[in-house]
Design a protein around this ligand. Structure first.
Ligand SMILES: [Zn+2]
Length: 91
């Protein structure tokens, strides 16, 4: 559970932007249980912005994902592509 009101607001924002679903498997996830998941991994230059780069995920899905970009679901795939292009990973 969130420790502070600010953290609560951030979780609420991320949860709402995720439509109450895990962005990896696209199944519903509860507000109390979801983990904050970097859509584009921080290790590859992804931002810490809850608006653009953090979505809700099940703990299980998050632990399975690691930095494998191929497991992203639409509409986040488009966001991935933009980032990949910026980094020169794809044309
Ligand atoms: Zn999931």
């Amino acid at each position: 559970m969130p420790k502070t009101f600010t953290e609560y607001l951030e979780r609420k924002l991320i949860y709402d932007l995720s439509g109450g679903k895990c962005h990896i498997c696209n199944q519903p996830v509860s507000f109390d249980e979801f983990e904050k998941e970097h859509v584009f991994p921080k290790s590859l230059g992804g931002s810490n912005s809850p608006v653009t780069n953090i979505r809700a995920a099940h703990q299980f899905c998050n632990s399975q994902k690691s930095d494998d970009l191929t497991q992203s679901q639409p509409p986040d795939a488009l966001y991935f592509m933009e980032f990949a292009q910026k980094l020169g990973l794809v044309n």
